[in-house]
Design a protein around this ligand. Structure first.
Ligand code: FDA
Length: 309
């Protein structure tokens, strides 16, 4: 296993420790979580979306939350998703919605979760908007695909999409099937702690697989989101599009709120499509720990803030 993945495993293990959870949940916003999270309310997030839209950047809004264990919590999350779709419509934002299935009841009851998704997609249909299902850890991968394919058959690829992770061995097969079904995806590297039985243990292999999958999608002509901040991959994809005579409008780059803003601006200026994932809400802890694990250097930024009077 290489050092990057080892560091990620260590940070995610420490982040799951109860004492750490309590301490960081209490002070984390002040220590630096605010760099990655667009606020705790929808109104705050809408302001950030307006700023991004005014700079030529599209958005996907995410109400933070995952792994909930009661139907009440799941219903609250559904209401939050509906409120996002209403706000996007009312405020005329250039934005769509991303969500996690464990936030709307996947761990409680499959049919309950499926019906929650249907309710959200009905609202998206009313506004001609789009909902993307984030991909969680590998234990949830197959069930997420099962539920997604049911919805894809019912609502079509213009209404619902999924995320695939280049670190999983299975993704090449998934991509083949998704292209056959003309399904738009978000391609990311993958952010969870996964064993070598299911995921490439070396960053080099993950990066190579990412490029291979992105080029497969580009050649297919099916629209997709290349979600990465990896400059080397981004430059190679831009060259590939130009060399193969493909259209810039065939795909969009996607990045996370607060990460590589310089690169986001540069790509927009050069005429590439850019979408930023804007998370907001009170349950920011798991999202924040994954951002730290991706880049251990972020820990120094946190430590610096902790030491501020
Ligand atoms: P990599 O980790 O190699 O980083 C490349 C460079 O990007 C770094 O050198 C650094 O400059 C910068 N960078 C990356 N992460 C940073 C951070 N946290 N802080 C500061 N700089 C950073 N994952 C998942 O499992 N399921 C999902 O649904 C999603 N959804 C998603 C949406 C969008 C829009 C994005 C961009 C990413 C995701 N991810 C995700 C996360 C993804 O899997 C991955 O963990 C991160 O994007 C980091 O990987 P990179 O591709 O950026 O490359």
């Amino acid at each position: 296993m290489d050092m990057n993945l080892l560091a990620r495993k260590i940070i995610l293990t420490i982040a799951a420790n109860k004492t750490v959870v309590n301490l960081v949940s209490k002070h984390g916003m002040k220590w630096g979580a605010a760099r990655f999270v667009a606020g705790s309310t929808l109104a705050e997030a809408v302001q950030r979306v307006k700023e991004l839209n005014s700079r030529g950047i599209d958005v996907t809004l995410d109400h933070l939350g995952e792994s909930i264990t009661s139907k009440e919590q799941a219903r609250e999350a559904v209401e939050a998703c509906l409120a996002i779709l209403d706000a996007i419509h009312q405020e005329k934002l250039r934005a769509n919605l991303s969500l996690k299935l464990t936030q709307i009841g996947l761990d409680i009851d499959y049919d309950f979760c499926l019906n929650n998704m249907r309710e959200i997609l009905e609202r998206a249909q009313k506004y001609n908007n789009f909902v993307r299902i984030d991909m969680e850890d590998s234990d949830h991968c197959q069930i997420t695909f099962d539920l997604f394919y049911t919805l894809l058959n019912e609502y079509g690829p213009e209404r619902v999409g999924i995320v695939v992770q280049a670190y999983l061995y299975r993704t090449a097969g998934d991509v083949e099937e998704l292209i056959k079904r003309k399904s738009t995806i978000r391609l990311c590297k993958g952010a969870y702690k996964e064993p070598a039985e299911v995921a490439y243990p070396s960053k080099k292999d993950v990066d190579a697989n990412y490029l291979k999958l992105a080029k497969t999608y580009l050649r297919s002509g099916v629209y997709f989101g290349a979600a990465t901040h990896d400059e080397k991959i981004i430059r190679e994809l831009m060259e590939f599009v130009e060399k193969e005579g493909l259209r810039k409008e065939q795909f969009e780059f996607q990045m996370l709120y607060g990460i590589r803003r310089d690169l986001q601006e540069e790509l927009v200026k050069k005429g590439w499509r850019m979408r930023v994932y804007v998370p907001y809400g009170k349950d920011w802890y798991p999202y924040f720990s994954r951002r730290l694990a991706e880049r251990p250097a972020n820990l120094f930024f946190i430590l610096k803030n902790m030491l501020k009077p």
